[in-house]
Design a protein around this ligand. Structure first.
Ligand code: GLN
Length: 347
């Protein structure tokens, strides 16, 4: 009997064909998985939008006159994934005041310029448990700004940025940093800025009090003005989602691919978002939602899902602490539906 000798050429060819089939299989498996994920995100967004669109409750901020006039019915949600896909629904083009959400991005700039230790030593990282503009909070805990997301800490953060005593250059650097996070040139809403500047006596008092305790590191007028201007940046929900996705993507803007902040600072920023992002109700928020987030009195909230996505919601009416009622409900729903909670075990 003749035993067929294996033909070397044939075996190589067979091997290559098998490899090709396996790769095609793997490719279509990951494509299908990706497709399913996309469909899940779209369905969850639609469900959330329909569910909360007519939700009542809360009211626009009115201590800044401009904010009281914004249409309370605006509602938009955007998810931007770390691979640069954008999922919008609702009002996602209207530009509103970024307000306290801006504090996240000047913190990033300050960490980049000064490092974590300086931020810890000069400002702090603990929650106050008190409203965002509390004077009492400064007094109670050793005359410290407390953390970069209350007004005292945010004004102090701006004061830390270089250069000192040069408002123009300081502001130009702040602007540049925001533009890199958003991946486009953001503009200050002039009417909002004027409205804030005309009514910011409380923040002025905070700045002066900090100065008296040597906890403000630049001229108080400069720190306050740059802070007020950064709060008046006009952003739409997509801008905010890109900015949040940049934090989720290890500091790289997923649309422009620009590295905006060093990797080592990302966990530090997210830690403070997790302890102080929604003011005195951050504990409740983390209990329900489990995502580092930041709200602003303009009606926006951003959440960061590390390695996955940035989420942004815009809906002006606020609860008593100053957090958008609809945006909170929306993100709570999405966190549950898309299994985003950071503290849930994954295997
Ligand atoms: N500009 C506002 C202020 O300083 C920002 C506050 C906020 O969004 N919580 O009061």
């Amino acid at each position: 009997m003749k035993i067929a000798k294996p033909n070397v050429k044939q075996s190589i060819l067979g091997g290559l064909i098998a490899l090709l089939l396996i790769s095609i299989g793997f490719f279509s498996f990951t494509r299908n998985k990706e497709k399913a994920r996309e469909e899940n995100i779209k369905a969850a967004l639609k469900e959330a939008y329909d569910k909360f669109k007519t939700l009542k409750g809360g009211k626009n901020a009115d201590y800044i006159p401009y904010l009281a006039k914004v249409d309370s019915n605006f509602y938009g949600i955007v998810i931007v994934t770390t691979d640069g896909k954008v999922y919008p629904i609702g009002e996602t083009k209207y530009e509103f005041g970024i307000e306290s959400i801006s504090k996240v991005f000047t913190l990033a700039q300050a960490l980049q310029e000064k490092g974590g230790k300086v931020i810890m030593d000069s400002i702090g990282a603990n929650a106050t448990g008190l409203p965002f503009n509390s004077i009492q909070a400064i007094e109670i805990e050793g005359q410290q700004p407390q953390n970069p997301f209350v007004n005292a800490g945010a004004i102090a953060t701006v004061s830390l940025l270089d250069p000192k005593n040069n408002q123009e250059v300081k502001w130009a650097k702040v602007q540049k940093n925001f533009n890199r996070f958003a991946g486009r040139e953001l503009k200050v809403i002039d009417e909002l800025y004027k409205s804030e500047a005309a009514t910011d006596q409380h923040n002025e008092a905070i700045a002066l009090l900090l100065k008296s305790y040597n906890k403000l590191y630049d001229n108080p007028d400069i720190a306050l003005d740059v802070y007020t201007k950064q709060c008046s940046f006009g952003v739409n929900a997509k801008d905010l989602a890109v900015m949040a996705a940049t934090l989720a993507n290890d500091g790289v803007n997923p649309l422009t691919k620009e590295k905006v902040v060093d990797s080592k600072h990302i966990p530090q920023i997210l830690a403070i978002m997790s302890t102080a992002g929604l003011y005195e109700t951050t504990g409740d928020w983390m209990f329900k939602v489990g995502l580092p987030s930041k709200s602003g009195v303009g009606g926006g909230i951003i959440s960061v899902v590390p390695g996955q996505m940035g989420v942004a919601v815009f809906a002006p009416p606020l609860d008593k602490a100053g957090n958008s009622v609809k945006a909170q409900k929306t993100i709570e729903f999405l966190s549950d539906k898309l299994k985003l909670n950071l503290f849930a075990a994954r295997k």
